[in-house]
Design a protein around this ligand. Sequence first.
Ligand code: IMP
Length: 193
Amino acid sequence: MKVCFASHNANKVKELNEMVPDHISILGLEELGIKEDIEESGKTLEENSLIKARYVFEKHKIPVIADDSGLVVHALNGEPGVYSARYAGPEKNDDMNMDLLLKNLETVSDRSAAFQTVISYIDESGQLNQFKGEIQGKIIDVKKGNNGFGYDPIFQPIGYEGTFAELSSDLKNRISHRARAVHKLLEYLRQEL
Ligand code: IMP
């Protein structure tokens, strides 16, 4: 059974392909001939992942998985949230994003935050299911560590000494928001497909 993962990132597509049961084959956007970026115009992770899933489903009528992630900082009313990638501007620059976040938190004592992922899955009949993964933590004052991407150097998950950028990628990939959402999706797919 063919299922699209609405991503242009071949690594992400390959990774998911290795995680799903053998009778499911994951196709990326390129393999469906979708070259354009799908506009993420939603105001929530739920909306954005749904927009991406629906775009592909309308075109190809095959089951689709789409994800959207972000960093939610409680003292900033959930910012940068859905705007995490472009918080400091359209350049989508990780360092600029972290610098802006640290500046906005300069005088803030509540540093609690969470990474969240929402996966939308539309099945062959058009029915939607959404799966949410989250990891709680705090934003530290200075960047630490060289692994990972995005806000990893300033995010320290609860129960761990280091930031996401100081943890091994193996460990991060086991406890992350994305891993938790994917786990819920896989449980569902194993039962349904
Ligand atoms: P995406 O939806 O997975 O593309 O994530 C959107 C943005 O959220 C990324 O560009 C990062 O800025 C941030 N983000 C999502 N997941 C992570 C993570 O695991 N570590 C650090 N930043 C992340």
